[in-house]
Design a protein around this ligand. Structure first.
Ligand code: GLA
Length: 380
């Protein structure tokens, strides 16, 4: 693949690429819809990624060729204007955010982009692309790669340029992921901790093959409900509240808003318990927390779907499964399971068959490996 894309690069730009950037997708093990409430999350980077082959330029032109779509997009750094190009906006958004922060984005680059993260599946293909573009700008402008600053700038690009109101989780894990580790992030202080996964376990990604529209409006509605719940207690975010506050919240909020707050508060506590489970190398406890997280997302936060619930149930009924839950924003896309390593292959077969039988749809399951965050290597 690497050689082929290199050839494509040389054919297009008449000179070979100088850098290969690899920027991974992610799954979230636990801590869903907590990041924008300044709570705790525990994602891991996966072994599916966006790849950029680049060559820095001596002028302000950025040329991108997306091999997946056989589609090109170019822009000039000194004439940045918001437009409507589907994936080009992410690149311009990054240019804008980096320039605003560093005040010295002068040079563009030529690039060939290729990715194997399924798009729209909730595996953060957009965060992966943003961080890859961030690396490309750093290399072209001799800026130091600071993974925390870059994650924040990528979130800013997505919020303010692309106008998607996401939290910090996806960009953070895509930037800071480490091989064989999950990342506990405190989305208030942005402190983080790498945690090893339990021995002899595998994380399986289970794509339901369903995609739902209107995810964005439902997502924004959940954010507003969480903000209203925090406001009712005169605090900035739900992060500052705990289980002891639930009775008061119940008297101040309507049933739905209360349920949203209850999910966030209980989910934050589960993430911290999940950290302990990892430190104790206890997949059984970790699995139970995944199941409670799914139930809370389904009943209190109402962001699951029939397909996700079915997938999770089939996984839980299958040999070797410690726990399963939906992952990401919800409404469709992927669930994950923590499974005994020696059962993983059989698990994939059984769950695929059972899901197909029940939903008359072909799911996509694979055993994934916790991977390195966004990185660049020179091409010789
Ligand atoms: C999406 C957002 C994240 C996070 C999750 C839900 O993936 O991009 O910031 O809010 O949903 O946990």
């Amino acid at each position: 693949m690497k050689f082929q894309l290199n050839d494509t690069f040389t054919e297009l730009y008449k000179k070979p690429a100088q850098w290969h950037i690899c920027s991974p997708g992610r799954v979230n093990l636990i801590g869903e819809h907590t990041d924008y409430n300044h709570g705790f999350v525990m994602p891991m980077a996966i072994d599916k990624a966006t790849h950029l082959f680049i060559r820095p330029r001596q002028d302000s032109q950025v040329n991108l060729y997306a091999a997946n779509f056989e589609n090109s997009y170019s822009f000039l750094l000194d004439q940045l204007r918001a437009g409507e190009h589907e994936w080009g906006e992410y690149a311009k958004g990054m240019a804008w955010a980096i320039h605003t922060y560093y005040q010295k984005l002068k040079y563009g680059f030529d690039a060939v982009v290729y990715g194997d993260i399924p798009i729209g599946a909730g595996l953060s293909s957009s965060a992966a692309f943003e961080l890859a573009i961030g690396q490309a700008f750093c290399l072209s402008n001799s800026l130091n790669w600071d993974p925390v600053i870059m994650a924040k700038l990528a979130q800013q690009a997505e919020n303010e340029w692309v106008k998607v109101n996401c939290g910090i989780m996806d960009q953070f894990i895509c930037s800071l992921g480490q091989v064989n580790h999950a990342l506990l992030i405190d989305c208030d202080s942005l402190e983080y901790e790498q945690l090893p996964l339990p021995h002899n376990t595998k994380v399986i990604i289970m794509d339901t093959a369903t995609r739902r529209g209107l995810v964005e409006s439902a997502y924004n509605e959940r954010r507003e409900q969480c903000e209203a719940a925090a406001e009712s207690m005169a605090v900035e975010t739900l992060r500052t509240l705990g289980e002891k506050d639930l009775p008061t919240l119940q008297t101040r909020l309507d049933k739905t808003t209360y349920a949203r707050a209850k999910h966030v508060i209980s989910e934050n506590a589960r993430v911290l318990e999940a950290k302990q489970a990892l430190l104790n190398n206890d997949p059984i406890h970790f699995g139970k927390l995944m199941v409670s997280s799914h139930e809370s997302l389904c009943q209190d936060f109402e962001v699951s779907s029939e397909a996700l619930d079915t997938m999770v149930q089939i996984a839980l009924d299958t040999e070797g499964c410690f726990g399963a839950r939906m992952t990401g924003a919800g409404f469709g896309g992927c669930a994950i399971a923590l499974v005994r390593a020696d059962e993983a292959e059989q698990f994939v077969k059984t769950v695929t068959e059972q899901y197909q039988k029940s939903q008359q749809m072909e799911p996509y399951l694979y055993i994934c490996a916790p991977s390195q965050g966004c990185s660049a290597s020179p091409i010789n």
